[in-house]
Design a protein around this ligand. Sequence first.
Ligand SMILES: NC(=O)c1ccc[n+]([C@@H]2O[C@H](COP(=O)([O-])OP(=O)(O)OC[C@H]3O[C@@H](n4cnc5c(N)ncnc54)[C@H](O)[C@@H]3O)[C@@H](O)[C@H]2O)c1
Length: 280
Amino acid sequence: MEDRAGALLDELFDISGKVIVLTGAGGVLCGSLARGLAALGAQVALLDLRPEAARVVADEITQQGGQALAVATDVLSIEALNMAAEQVLNRFGTVDALINGAGGNHPQATTTPETSLFDLPPEAFQRALGLNVMGTLLPVQVFGRIMAEHGHGDIINITSIIATRPLTNVPAYSAGKAAAKNLTEWLAVHVSQHYGHQIRVNALAPGFFMTNQNRFLLIDEATGQPTPRGQKIIEHTPLGRYGEPEELLPAVIWLLSPHSGFVHGATIVIDGGFSVYSGV
Ligand SMILES: NC(=O)c1ccc[n+]([C@@H]2O[C@H](COP(=O)([O-])OP(=O)(O)OC[C@H]3O[C@@H](n4cnc5c(N)ncnc54)[C@H](O)[C@@H]3O)[C@@H](O)[C@H]2O)c1
């Protein structure tokens, strides 16, 4: 019985051999996803603006016997992405899935006691907005084309819970994630109408995960104690903690599996209940 259950689970969620491209894979969340997917037998291409960071993850995977390729790329450049795609195809021969994880805020696109709404530098706002929405669209244009040619594929965009309720002080990042969620929904309809029913587009919306990007917004660097903002987040999260990067993996495995085959255009929220808590 146990063997049968195990075999059924293996069959349901087998991702071994799949070629999965992850952008932002030198970062915390997609680095963790790449490790997890490779451990399950996927062949992972780790794209990042910081090739050295992607290489660290790729080397770790290779040392454990997995298949990984680190590729330097800028998700805001079609030329760079085309070159990355060439490297991926040379190494793995195809692309089965794309996980769009490159994203984030720009420090100057944040309101502070010193920088009011009226003084926010438009260039910084544009950079954060652009990274999160154009940085999602352009990889889809390059890797989605390969999927359209092959007639199948999975695209998973990493948006955020701030896509539906913006975060105080971070307007451009919030707007960029809102646009990325909306783009996910548009893409789901469009690819089905034009490129067949074997390409699915979905998104993950993580809540608060402790990563390098937000560490010192959440923890006071000098004392190691939660900042007032960090304290507020924990109090507003029914599960009372930050997410662990590994906690995104099961949702990704499910979204990549044919057994989520009717899930399309969806945004899967993984936030410890943050976004359903009214505060009362
Ligand atoms: N950490 C969280 O709590 C959280 C919550 C919700 C959503 N997210 C989203 O999840 C994704 C991953 O976040 P993370 O916390 O791992 O951040 P991270 O900063 O650790 O990783 C982001 C990676 O993207 C890369 N990158 C940035 N600009 C790029 C570009 N132009 N081209 C290629 N690569 C580029 C960076 O070099 C970095 O390695 C991001 O889209 C982020 O917005 C994070």
